[in-house]
Design a protein around this ligand. Sequence first.
Ligand code: ATP
Length: 372
Amino acid sequence: AADPGDSKKPDYLVLKDIVKDFVDGSGGIVRAVNSVSLSVSKGEFVTLLGPSGCGKTTTLRMIAGFESPNGGTIQLDGKDITQVPPFQRNMPMVFQSYALFPHLTIFDNIAYGLKLRGVSREEMRHDVAVASQMVNLVGLEKRYPGELSGGQQQRVALARALVLKPDIILFDEPLSNLDAKLRIQTRTEIKRVQQLLGITALYVTHDQSEALSLSDQIVIMNKGEIVQQGPPEAIYNEPNSPFVSDFIGNANFLDGEVVDVQNDQVTLSVGPARFTLPGSRCPGDIRSGEAILLSVKPEAIRVTGSAGTGAELSGKIDVSAFVGPITEYKIIFGDGIITALQPNRPGKTHVYRSGEEVALEFEVESLRAYRA
Ligand code: ATP
């Protein structure tokens, strides 16, 4: 049963004020990671998410011990491991490129770390069999990596990590080389095994749907710093900045103005439309007359029949893309283009075509305002 006093599990992996500088080609210093502090509990799946160059891979590599931080400490289970070499940390990494040994069989690839540990032949056979079964590789043990598909090779890499009974598994964009369908299958597989074994996992990706679907906690990084962290729903529904709103929710940003602030209710105008939001979804201390940026998620825009029927907001379909479960619209709105996603329900929804005038309604519950 849930114990209300036990909402936060004890910290397992703790990063404190981690800094990493690199020297670039012209002798200048690049701060790749700037004062990153982070706590991961045992059994948690934590994802570092952010755009290219934000420092997520460098952070993961410091946790693995492949890079040494210029400042700060890394602790595992209360012990300082900042200076411990990678082979003495029980934190295998699963790479985007699989990094299997091409001249070794699948069995020997999976058994590799156990051999280095001097495990008996019998124990090795047993552990490799368990790991192979766990990731559905049974029957492929005698093959070589070149004789497997990309998805199977990545499952070998996962089995090779699992067999070590790791303290933490580190994943560096492991699905990037797989095609769309296999990416989703393998993602489900990773999550299933992680949950089953209660493994602590740290996962790096720039793919928001991977982060949302896999994680207990998402850590969003930008320019070497953590800008927000929390469970997927909290990050998605309560982004704390336009950057996060855009990165995780592909939000549209519209120029608006504060019309009125009363009893923690803020009324905003966008063109002729008015929206009243609770203060919690607006910047603090905003005043009437101030310019704001309104974030509107694509799925929070309802596209309906022809404009001119008294609708306050209207636009013109620029591009209409029917993709099965949803239709994605690019809509000319004011001086810009906004994106709207509509679920398709046969007989109930209509797919509008390029050039059609449409009325637009914004779901007020999902709007957020930021300082312009
Ligand atoms: P990506 O998704 O593209 O891998 P990332 O978020 O993982 O991006 P990092 O690879 O951690 O980002 O890089 C962060 C910054 O540090 C970048 O500006 C990068 O150019 C720089 N950097 C990373 N490794 C080195 C290195 N060995 N030497 C110099 N600069 C580096």
